[in-house]
Write a protein that binds this ligand. Structure first.
Ligand SMILES: [Zn+2]
Length: 465
């Protein structure tokens, strides 16, 4: 500024020191100016025209600039509405979520961004149908397909529509095969639907991708293989049913349900000898009443009560001190009406604190052998107060069951039931579920009752995917 001012001053001085005049003749006009004035006028005209041109340019560009400014401000407000809407969803404010969703929709005109918010706002308002429409729409766009299928899957689970949920889970798996929750959800649904072979494939995949811990996968696999055995059994394929059960047994030798299933299938296939050997081995490790029941039935034991007693005497020799051996023999003796034999073994099984089952068998013995009714009554009263017997106890919730199932009927935990001895069951302060107990705990029929687990998902995180 100072430099240009100095230049002007120097120029003015230079011209004033060198006087002269400029003559302009134009259209009959004659203008005579001193050199100094001429230079000044020319400079003023030049500056004025530069300023004017600049002004005209700026005015010409103004509409475009204005448009750009309005667009960016609109987008900014749209994003703000989107953010506020997400916050409202998280805070559970349906009206605000709805308002912001509509606002974002109008301002942004980018459906992939706003559809999720609209769907969530509709869900908060309890309008599941509208939410489903948004999710379906999202399903049609590659960038939002996964979010759409996830929304529909969660909705199907909430409605307890397992078949639909499984279809959506399979679709989600096609889209994102590496996602842990997809694999785990699909696995749970396949189990609930009794699709064991599919569940086995999913488990292998989940194991490979690290979606489930190695130890947990191993434990689950044995239970799933048992399910596959059941599936083959239902289809009348006993040979494959046995193969699957054997695989489960190889994987987890102490998994008693697999042992029981192998024996059951072997007997049905007429493989009496290997079945007997299998039971003898199992009896030495875990004497379960169902093993004794099967052992007694093999050969003519099913029809001949005395022969059954003989067979169970042999079984006792594989675990002679275990109360369960004596209970098994007492039961056979009761059926054969060998009252003295039955009493002897019941007393051996009873010890100092007989379990409820032993007390009930004592009552039965007194009644059938013609003992006095006072004795019968006293044993029954004692049974109601006696320590509980061994049972299938859920490691997760402690519920005890007469029969093994793959899923706990109380807490839905998968593969959580284990055969627990009485003391352990007592320590867990046994809570016996509301159902009629089978009096002698000899029923090894496997019942099913699976329920899906609702996966509560947080979808907001992937909104910009
Ligand atoms: Zn449970």
């Amino acid at each position: 500024m100072i430099l240009s001012l100095a230049a002007v001053v120097v120029t003015a001085v230079w011209f004033s020191e060198r006087p002269g005049s400029v003559l302009i003749e134009w259209e009959g006009w004659l203008i005579q100016l001193s050199v100094g004035r001429f230079v000044l006028t020319a400079a003023v005209l030049l500056i004025a025209s530069v300023f004017l041109l600049g002004l005209m340019g700026a005015v010409g560009k103004a509409p475009k600039k204005l448009r750009e400014w309005r667009q960016s401000s609109r987008r900014e407000r749209g994003y703000k509405a989107l953010t506020n809407g997400m916050v409202a969803v998280a805070a559970g404010d349906p009206e605000e979520a709805n308002r912001q969703a509509r606002r974002a929709n109008i301002l942004l005109k980018e459906p992939p961004l706003t559809m999720l918010l609209s769907a969530q706002a509709a869900q908060l308002n309890g309008d599941e149908e509208a939410a489903a429409r948004y999710f379906e729409e999202m399903l049609g766009r590659p960038e939002t397909a996964f979010l759409g299928v996830r929304g529909l899957l969660i909705k199907a689970q909430k409605e307890n529509n397992r078949q639909a949920a499984l279809l959506y889970a399979e679709r989600a798996y096609e889209l994102q095969p590496k996602t842990a929750w997809v694999l785990n959800t699909m696995f749970d649904l396949q189990i609930a639907e009794g699709r064991w072979r599919a569940a086995l494939a999913t488990l292998d995949e989940a194991d490979k991708r690290g979606a489930v811990g190695a130890a947990s996968a191993q434990k689950r696999r044995a239970v799933v293989l048992l399910g596959c055995s059941e599936e083959a059994d239902t289809a009348g394929d006993l040979s494959n049913a046995l193969k699957f059960a054997r695989r489960a047994n190889t994987l987890a030798p102490d998994f008693l349900p697999a042992v029981l299933r192998i024996i059951d299938i072997m007997i049905r296939m007429g493989k009496a000898r290997p079945a007997s050997r299998f039971i003898q081995n199992a009896w030495a490790r875990t004497p379960h009443p169902a093993l004794a029941s099967s052992y007694g039935e093999i050969g003519d034991g099913g029809n001949d009560a005395l022969r059954r007693v003989k067979r169970l005497e042999k079984l006792l020799s594989f675990n002679p001190d275990h109360p369960e051996s004596h209970i098994a023999l007492a039961k056979a003796a009761l059926q054969a009406k060998l009252w003295g034999e039955a009493r002897k073994h019941l007393e051996s099984a009873a010890g100092e604190d007989p379990s409820a089952r032993v007390c009930r068998m004592m009552a039965e013995l007194e009644e059938r052998s013609g003992g006095n009714s006072e004795n019968v009554r006293s044993w029954l009263i004692r049974a109601s107060d006696a320590p509980p017997d061994a049972a299938w106890v859920c490691a997760d919730c402690g519920a005890a069951w007469d029969e093994w199932t793959a899923t706990c009927g109380s807490c839905d935990a998968f593969g959580s039931l284990a055969w627990e001895p009485p003391a352990h069951a007592r320590a867990l302060s046994l809570q016996v579920p509301d159902k009629e107990p089978s009096s002698l705990l000899l029923d090894d029929e496997i019942s099913k009752g699976y329920e899906s687990e609702i996966v509560d998902a947080d979808v907001a995180e992937n909104s910009k995917a």
